[in-house]
Design a protein around this ligand. Sequence first.
Ligand code: BGC
Length: 755
Amino acid sequence: MRTKKRGFYFRVIALSLILIQCRNSDTVPQLGKNSIKEVIAVMTPQEKAMLLVGADPGFPRGYPSGFGGADTLFDSQPPVVGATRKVVPGAAGNTHAIPRLGIPSLVLADGPAGVRIDPNRQDTNITFYATAFPIETMLASTWDTTVVSDVGKAMGNEALEYGVDILLAPALNIHRNPLGGRNFEYYSEDPLVSGLMAAAFVNGVQSNGVGTSLKHYAANNNETNRMNIDVQVDQKALHEIYLKGFGLALAYSKPWTVMSAYNKINGTYCSENSYLLRQVLRDEFGFNGATMTDWFGGRNYLNQIKAGTNILMPGSSYIVAQFAEAIKNGDLDEKVVNKAIEEILSVVMKSPKFKDYKYSNTPDLELHSVVSKDAAIEGAVLLENRKNTLPIDKTGLHKVALFGIGSYETIPGGTGSGSVNSAYSISVLQGLQKAGFTIPEKLIQENIKYIQEAKKKAGQKDWYFAPDIRLEEKAWKLAYLEQSASECDIAILTLRRTSGEFSDRALKNDFELSDTEKDLVKNLSSSFHKAGKKLVVLLNIGGVIETTSWNQNADAILNIWQPGQEGGNAVADLLLGKADPSGKLTMTFPKKYTDVPSAALFPNPKDNPQSAIYSEGTYVGYRNYLAKNIEPQYEFGYGLSYTHFNFSDFKLVADHSKGIISVAAKVTNVGNFSGKEVLQLYVKTPQNKYLELKAFKKTRLLKPGEAVLMEISININDLRDFNPHAGGWVLVNGNYEINLGTSCKNIIDTKEVEL
Ligand code: BGC
């Protein structure tokens, strides 16, 4: 009896123990079921540290040792969670998972022109290509936020369907100087264009339920010594030029994350700069997501967290250990850490991974190639069109003498993290052939042979992220060109440029044409003109080049930028007039490099610069050319069309109570082609002596004779200048000059308003 009783008690105790244990594991807070605060409350220092540090210390293919710049710790430490890299091979990084708390690992992938992931995987023959869209500079040249948002929607869908949670884009640094190696990844020399385009892109991408990362915050305007360079910039220029775009992007969209820039600003690394990360980004711009460092950016890890960085990317077990220790011994204030984690977990909860989205790995690439082509058509800029050379009337002209390596190997985009592994890229040759043009077979073969030999001679580039090696054009004999002119109806020459991460462009043979290129333009021009025929030059470029010395030789110049994978098809439509070029420049093409305001002080790799001195202040891009009366070759906002527009009924109403200035104008297509025009509003404030773009709007497609009433409004708050003495934005009393134009120089009407 006694033993029976004892057995019963044992069973009760054992059962209770099991129940207690079950209840315990049930009560471990789970993200989503419990509040973020409850989840944080049970985190160990190690777990907290893991969330603050990326989970992928492995070097992407081709990163050279010492990439970190800060130190070499990354080289010597073993990977933390190498397995997560296998989720989406070729993605740029991952965050840590903490399964016991229901926290998944997020996948982060570049970038601004398409989702950058590896197209091939070891365990399958299935391919994972992504659509190569036009570079950001070209997207901005559309001056159409709808186009940019459509591209964002398509790109976001590819991210979602390939298992990516956060797309590391858009990049919106200012084109401070045409030699900037990553200008192609950025929108403009103007913060308004940059900010509004970025917002449109973010809204497009995030409509898929994946996140974005505004980058690189801030003043990351050159690649030379980018991990350490100290940008020395005054407060007015910092706020009005370099931070303004981020502020606008955050006013019109809610990106999940922001990536800080590599460089220092006035002595402090951006990722260690609490003024930038807290005061400006969160308090002034209202950002409430998570910030991350650029890959291996910054130097003092503890200071990064203290200053307001949420995640150090791409990660290192060493830093996790360092943080865990710092949390334990109080070096990292637990309150600061908990706040940072709260912000990270809010992002995690929005992610497809957290929602257990079953991605297909089969986005609709065919549909997206149409989006890519449309954007390339909208962003091409017609720089010259003498005697209506374009569009080409195919009935009379069909045999094309096609020159230039870029015609045969058209560059879809830049190199580095902004590159995309697309399934194909249509060259100008392919586009023209598909459109029914004939290019002499002999010429094609000679070009292909030359390109193959030139590639062999140039050899392989050192590592994946290095800019592509530039192939010199063939030195075609004059007699050959003359023969071509007698056989063909027209000459098309494509000049191409490439650039990318880690280096800025050179003045010689890059910004300026090489001697061979100059000769080719000159000789093609003379040969074809002598035969009564024309030369069209296509610019397949990622940034500004010199055009003054040779543009007279061309009958038409069409800037097709780096147009993404559908470039050749877009070019054919434009050349044939199936579409009207309606793109406008978002930066200045100077007459000569020395006209560029930062020309003398742009960091030169040879000088091993430690700082970049922005002594031009706010006189960046068109602001400088207008203020100092320097004639550019092609000004900001410029771009021709096959048709002409008339502007009338310009009305301005300032509604002080609503804080809005409304401007209306009638735009009439008075030419013979259907086309679009961009209305640009430039304001001269009493304080600043130059015009600044404050609003813009592109018309819909207008048929010949058709008119549309356009209304644009400016928020009076956006007319404030940054006053360093007041430490903030101030609306100066006085007269404001409101200019309606189709470029910063072509002003159609001016009105004054007193504020
Ligand atoms: C670039 C970032 C990019 C990151 C991840 C860095 O080198 O500066 O723009 O997102 O790599 O690939």
